[in-house]
Ligand binder design. Structure first.
Ligand SMILES: NC(=O)C1=CN([C@@H]2O[C@H](COP(=O)(O)OP(=O)(O)OC[C@H]3O[C@@H](n4cnc5c(N)ncnc54)[C@H](O)[C@@H]3O)[C@@H](O)[C@H]2O)C=CC1
Ligand SMILES: O=C(O)[C@@H]1CCC=N1
Length: 268
């Protein structure tokens, strides 16, 4: 168990903190959460987390630092914490989209080991798909990071130049799949279900579809073939969706997100 400081405890920082505690391996007491104003963190203090609005102090004791502020807030935060960082003792991780390991070392220290991590908000319930990349961390350091994120979902190590693509597919992906579940539930209401039931039915159906792929290592089209009876209603609905650009919309959306993810950080 390592001491972890999360700088910027907003949506993803707090989701990570919740997931780590839920894993049972990281007590809240081992996690320090920072934010500019402590008001939003008061309830976390009552749960045992350390809370602070002083990033420089909060990183001092940490073995692992997780940077989780917005890309436009990064430079100010790195300037603030530089004097408190010990590159020999600490491992620096960042979930910030569009900020490279090199960008971080340029602001801190050349010999600091930096690992980029791209989780998604389902990390709060240990279901994240987390992508990990580095350009200088040792095998041992990478394993430390992987071990942490393996407790809160699945991990995959990727090349750093694919990190913005990973952001679009996996981090933004939560919103894309949620919107498609919401849309399915709205269709469900049109065909006769109450909204609450329709949403639960759509969500469980989506979960079942995902698990068919994950548990059976199956291909989507193979599973789709099993649903589409000849002259049946599934193929009729599916083709109607495709005529309206269903796959195309998802592909274009992911490409746009990946492009924007790569443009979020400006060095100055
Ligand atoms: N929200 C998501 O699903 C994901 C977000 N990310 C990345 O994580 C980062 C954070 O995103 P969100 O959590 O969505 O944003 P957010 O705005 O919810 O969280 C950022 C937090 O940082 C705090 N903050 C700002 N300046 C600070 C400072 N000087 N010191 C301490 N705290 C400070 C803000 O008060 C806020 O609570 C972004 O860089 C984003 O690209 C990565 C993966 C998923
Ligand atoms: O929308 C964003 O920019 C962040 C990065 C990935 C998820 N949320």
């Amino acid at each position: 168990m390592k001491k972890i400081t999360i700088i910027g405890s907003g949506n993803i920082g707090l989701s990570l903190a919740k997931g780590l505690v839920k894993s049972g391996l990281y007590p809240a007491q081992s996690i320090t959460l920072t934010r500019r104003s402590l008001t939003g963190l008061a309830e976390y203090a009552t749960q045992g987390f350390q809370i602070s609005s002083d990033n420089a102090v909060a990183v001092k004791d940490a073995e692992i630092i997780v940077l989780a502020v917005l890309p436009q807030q990064v430079n100010k935060v790195l300037d603030e914490i530089k004097a408190s960082i010990n590159p020999q003792e600490q491992l620096f991780t960042s979930v910030v989209s569009g900020v490279t390991c090199k960008n971080i070392r340029e602001k801190l220290f050349d010999d600091l080991q930096v690992v980029r991590v791209m989780p998604n908000t389902s990390i709060a319930i240990q279901q994240s798909m987390t992508c990990i990349a580095t350009d200088n961390a040792s095998v041992e350091s990478l394993k430390i990071v992987k071990d942490i994120f393996d407790t809160v979902g699945m991990t995959i190590q990727i090349q750093e130049d694919l990190m913005t693509s990973a952001t679009a597919l996996c981090a933004c992906g939560i919103a894309f799949f949620l919107r498609s579940i919401r849309a399915a539930s709205q269709g469900g209401v049109e065909v006769g279900f109450h909204a609450k039931d329709a949403l639960m039915m759509a969500a469980q159906t989506a979960k079942g579809a995902a698990d068919l792929l994950l548990q059976l290592a199956s291909h989507p089209e193979h599973e789709i073939d099993k649903v589409t009876s000849p002259k049946g209603c599934t193929i009729a609905g599916l083709n109607e969706m495709e005529h309206n650009g269903f796959s195309s919309a998802m592909i274009k959306g992911i490409k746009t997100s990946a492009k924007i993810a790569g443009e979020l950080y400006t060095k100055e």
